[in-house]
Design a protein around this ligand. Structure first.
Ligand code: CA
Length: 229
């Protein structure tokens, strides 16, 4: 799950992004409308969290511009203005939900989970292949009901591959899912996440294999002979 946080209050942006990263999400932060639209129009986010009071305008105008070009990425608006008129205005501009400041971390997470369950983002709560299953809501991986604990980036790689099982996922797409904008990507780090993940899946006898497609990316498929589909 990749989230764009648009918030000019540096402390709040920092608190939000670390809370989201704790939940295994990839987070980019923009502190102005201008920066936010550059990132948002590049279009790889699952959810936008948008503050209204930004130095160069109202965050609602970003949502309005996106909706204008039929980009329906779910957007949660943050604002200090909590009256009904402003709430309605946010929804009229195409926001999907609204949270008044100050808000609790738990409430934010609950709202984001609700947005993530929308069909535009993800159709199902569980994905599975072979003896492996992933609960996207709680981000838990299991092999035959036994939990498999994975570090964040390995889980993000696995999630992306599992959602496209049987199909090759391009390297660039995987990198976008696993790293935030401007994050330091070490040479071959994607490959090392994949190889550690492979070892763990094999060790757990998960019944799936990750194949490298030379020059293109990776693909996950059910180990031949175990295919029950
Ligand atoms: Ca603000």
């Amino acid at each position: 799950m990749k989230i764009l946080v648009v918030e000019d209050d540096a402390d709040l942006a920092q608190a939000l992004s670390s809370a989201l990263r704790d939940q295994f999400m990839v987070v980019d932060v923009a502190s102005s409308l201008r920066e936010a639209s550059e990132l948002a129009f590049a279009g790889t986010y699952d959810i936008l969290v948008v503050d209204r009071g930004l130095p160069d305008g109202d965050g609602l105008s970003l949502i309005e511009q996106l909706r204008h070009v039929h980009d329906h990425t779910p957007a949660l608006v943050l604002t200090a203005m909590s009256d009904v008129v402003e709430r309605v205005r946010s929804l009229d501009y195409g926001a999907d939900d609204y949270l008044a400041k100050p808000f609790s971390r738990d409430e934010l997470m609950a709202r984001l989970r609700a947005l993530a369950r929308r069909p535009a983002v993800r159709a199902q709560q569980f994905s599975s292949a072979g003896d492996l299953s992933l609960d996207h809501d709680v981000r838990q991986v299991s092999v035959r009901d036994e939990q498999l604990i994975l570090p964040r980036r390995e889980l993000l790689v696995l999630e992306a591959l599992l959602l496209s099982k049987g199909r090759t996922v391009h390297r660039q797409r995987l990198l976008e899912r696993v790293y935030g904008e401007g994050e330091d990507i070490h040479a071959n780090s994607l490959d090392s996440h994949v190889s550690r993940l492979r070892v763990k899946l094999e060790h757990a006898r998960a019944g799936v294999e990750i194949h490298a497609v030379r020059g293109v990316g990776y693909l996950l498929r059910v180990t031949p002979g175990l295919d029950q589909e």
